[in-house]
Design a protein around this ligand. Structure first.
Ligand code: ATP
Length: 515
């Protein structure tokens, strides 16, 4: 299946099985805003919980926070968001469609990269086992030329973005002959800066004074609270503050499902450190965050680091962890060395000292910060896209006997176990199955289902990623045993009802992600 077809299938699956719906669908939807359905909210909560545990619970020098979405408007002046949180906007005059000029140029580079990859695949086929990809890439004339071209475009794009040079972005669109995907024309407006913050108005104050912003990142709530937290928890540097919460950005191009939304959720951690130690902490968090991603079973081949070519206004070093989404490698998480930019700016604009007294150095200073920032929704998309698989049913000889299965790590699965009576119109079976359900529901998120044949019920549970199905049959009435079926292998085992909780607990415990 093509990547495009895979992605369409994933989106349809998310809707059909209650993971994600378009917001306000009855009114034809609101672009780039989505709602999480019954299984979606469970999976998202589990991902957030995995993050929170790994940050707050497993580091005695990281604590949690839940700051408000609204903040004093000066916050966003100090942080640079009022003046510099812009994307370069360009309209196609014929289709009236809006684009980010930098994204158009990035897509153009991706097309060249796709050509390179096509050549590599062809050569692989031709040379078979003897093929040395690295050598081929380094010596093939056409590939070298194309790679040089990509590098030159990337460098020029980075410079134009850093300098805010809108005229050069427009010149690049023209030079590369980039056309609108809708109208096919190259009839572009000038490129201009577009601020991504949503604003609203305080009810009782008119004009600029009462202008409030919906936070575009959760980090600033951490910065302005860092001394409160440090004092009330008596933390010494280095220490971190972690927060999960909503953020809002008026994104120009709303594409790729929940990858780029206007309302989304971030999981951010600001790590406060002594100035001069940022390099080692940056390296530490880079490694630590990459390991976190691998621990839930995302393979190394789907993850990579990507250094920023143009640094944001607050950073002295920045790297993305990219994931191989159904539409290619894109940013999943950012790790930024933010220096003392934010705390320094808040100190200056508020006139309040935000210094830390270092008892070891006997000195006051504004700490430096290394930040890790990941979108909960992008993590959700990465996890779903890796987990959803169409496969031949294990044990079947028939290649047409297929199933869709969501191979989520059991600790992340929305439902841990489904309890299914073999027959729905046998009162004794139903009562027994409901009994098992009641018992297990004290410990896990379990589901009772008798709405179809056992085969259909199994398929449904596979599609939502349930690691275990328990079938209650007539034998259960005599000896209190049931069969437990494992999602991935389809192995079935007869076990006593008393043992169920232990068997399931062992596999679905979040602890499994950390061992
Ligand atoms: P991009 O370059 O893709 O716009 P960014 O570099 O602006 O992302 P950051 O400001 O570093 O993103 O935000 C941190 C994280 O928040 C990102 O790695 C991403 O996971 C998430 N994120 C940012 N913008 C969005 C969005 N519009 N929708 C969903 N998640 C987002």
């Amino acid at each position: 299946m093509s990547q495009q077809a895979d992605f369409k299938k994933l989106i349809a699956h998310c809707k059909e099985y209650g993971f994600i719906y378009q917001s306000s669908e009855v009114y034809d939807g609101l672009s780039a805003v989505y709602d999480y359905g019954p299984y979606g909210v469970e999976l998202k909560n589990n991902l957030k919980s995995y993050w929170w545990k790994s940050m707050v619970q497993m580091n005695d020098n990281i604590v949690g926070l839940d700051s408000a979405i609204f903040m004093h408007p000066k916050t966003w002046k100090a942080s640079g968001h009022v003046d510099a949180f812009n994307d370069p906007l360009v309209d196609n005059k014929d289709s009236k469609k809006r684009y980010r000029a930098d994204v158009l140029i990035e897509d153009y580079m991706a097309k060249i990269e796709a050509k390179i990859n096509k050549d590599v695949v062809k050569a692989k086929k031709r040379f078979g086992d003897a093929f040395d990809e690295k050598q081929f890439r380094e010596t093939n004339g056409r590939i070298i030329e194309r790679q040089k071209n990509i590098d030159a475009i990337a460098a020029r794009l980075a410079k134009a973005m850093t300098d805010g040079d809108m005229a050069d972005l427009k010149a690049q669109l023209e030079e590369y002959g980039i056309a609108c995907e809708v109208s096919g024309s190259k009839n572009w407006t000038e490129v201009r800066q577009f601020n991504l913050m949503f604003s609203t108005q305080l009810g009782n104050i008119a004009g600029e004074e009462g202008k409030l912003y919906l936070r575009p990142e959760t980090a600033q709530g951490i910065f302005v609270n860092y001394l409160n937290v440090q004092k009330s928890t008596r933390q010494k540097l280095p220490f971190g503050i972690a927060q999960i919460g909503k953020a809002f950005r008026n994104e120009i191009t709303a594409r790729q499902f929940i990858f780029r939304m206007r309302e989304f959720e971030q999981m951010e951690m600001q790590f406060f450190i002594r100035p001069g130690t940022q390099k080692e902490w940056y390296a530490h968090w880079k490694e630590s965050r990459m390991n976190w991603h691998k621990a839930i079973g995302h393979p190394e081949t789907k993850l990579r680091f990507h250094d920023h070519d143009n640094l944001a206004h607050y950073a002295d070093a920045a790297v993305d962890i990219q994931f191989d989404f159904p539409f290619g490698f894109k940013e999943l998480e950012g790790i930024h060395s933010r220096t003392d930019f934010d705390l320094g700016a808040h100190q200056e604009l508020s006139g309040k000292k935000l210094q830390y007294f270092d008892p070891e150095l006997n000195e006051n200073y504004v700490p430096y910060v290394v930040e890790t920032s990941i979108g909960a929704d992008r993590m959700f998309l990465a996890t779903m896209s890796h987990a959803l698989i169409e496969e031949q049913v294990p044990g079947s000889d028939d290649p047409n006997n297929k199933r869709d299965v969501l191979k989520l790590h059991p600790a992340l699965a929305p439902i841990k176990c489904a309890i299914l009576p073999l027959k729905k119109n046998d009162e004794r079976l139903v009562a027994k199955a409901k009994d098992v359900y009641k018992k297990l529901s004290l410990s896990f998120n379990v589901q009772y289902d008798d709405t179809g044949s056992i085969g259909k019920l199994y398929r449904r549970q596979d599609a939502i990623g349930t690691p275990f199905c328990v079938t209650v049959d007539f034998e259960a009435l005599d000896d209190d045993t049931v069969t437990i079926r494992e999602r991935d292998t389809l192995n079935q085992e007869r076990v006593s009802i008393d043992k169920l909780e232990g068997i399931i607990r062992d596999k679905v415990d979040m602890k499994q992600l950390f061992v």
